[in-house]
Design a binder for this molecule. Structure first.
Ligand code: G
Ligand code: G
Ligand code: MN
Ligand code: NA
Length: 252
């Protein structure tokens, strides 16, 4: 069977798993988690997300997968709210999913069906989304923000797009791509890029998250330069969502 066919049965069955990677604020306090899909195929083993996400985009399966993640995110937020925990949950939304005719309705239904607090849900999109159908994309973003959810630009700084969109779109957050984080503080160019991103973001009143934080030196630099939240192996690897929720019961 082809990758796409195996993926189809994985989506239908339960071979796709949802993982969560925690995010912390500048003081190291847990603020939420990003949900990430994982696929463990019996024959293929663990298929890297880069491969199966691309295949899912191509086949259109990404919409169904994305909808599953969205519903899990809302169920998680509702659960956390019932437990009195003020934590955020972020999900990745692929361009194809974002452009589905009924995407806004899907998000509204997922929020209403679960009772999740909308303002705790962040939708991450990439700059690639902004290259086409600008007007429709901007309108849709306004509709989503009207539901109360937050919009984040993932892998910020790696896409081919102008900075002009930053002032035109109703964004909440920028996520500094891990390629810029990897070599700070020692690489002067990356250090300058990170400082510039934080400065632009804060002038525009945007929240800034750094991803791929692996070392204490990186974390110190990012915090010193004003990153609002940090995510990476230094704090936690992505872990099964159920396990993350369980770890919160014992933790503070
Ligand atoms: O999961 P990992 O950290 O390996 O992520 C690899 C890539 O796969 C990232 O670009 C990430 O955004 C993407 N990815 C992971 N889960 C999802 C998902 O649920 N939907 C979409 N669209 N992309 C995802
Ligand atoms: O593109 P997106 O940000 O959605 O994907 C996050 C990806 O980054 C996932 O594949 C996740 O497993 C990976 N990741 C998360 N933390 C780290 C880290 O500290 N180092 C590296 N190299 N990858 C990370
Ligand atoms: Mn992401
Ligand atoms: Na990213």
């Amino acid at each position: 069977l082809s990758l796409a066919q195996d993926l189809q049965s994985a989506v239908a069955g339960s071979a796709l798993q949802i993982y969560a990677q925690p995010q912390v604020d500048g003081t190291g306090q847990l603020v939420g988690a990003e949900l990430l899909l994982r696929w463990h195929d019996e024959r293929r083993g663990a298929v890297p997300p880069e491969r199966f996400i691309a295949a899912a985009e191509e086949s259109g399966l990404i919409s169904r997968m994305g909808s599953q993640v969205l519903h899990q995110a809302c169920a998680t937020l509702a659960l956390l709210a019932r437990r009195g925990r003020q934590l955020g949950v972020s999900v990745n939304v692929s361009p194809r999913q974002f452009r589905q005719a009924d995407f806004v309705q899907q998000v509204r239904a997922a929020l209403q069906g679960s009772g999740a607090p909308a303002q705790q849900l962040t939708l991450e999109v990439t700059e690639g989304l902004l290259l086409e159908n600008w007007q429709a994309t901007a309108e849709r973003m306004h509709e989503l923000v009207a539901l109360g959810v937050r919009l984040s630009i993932d892998d910020f700084g790696t896409g081919y797009s102008s900075l002009a969109y930053l002032k035109k779109l109703p964004l909440y957050e920028l996520k500094i791509d891990r390629s810029f984080v990897q070599d700070v503080p020692q690489d002067d160019n990356d250090a300058a890029i990170v400082r510039a991103i934080v400065a632009v973001a804060h002038h525009l009143r945007l929240h800034v998250v750094a991803e791929g934080v692996e070392t204490q030196a990186q974390a110190d630099f990012l915090r010193q330069h004003g990153c609002d939240a940090l995510q990476g192996y230094l704090y936690a690897r992505p872990l099964p969502l159920a396990q993350w929720l369980q770890s919160l019961e014992s933790g503070p």
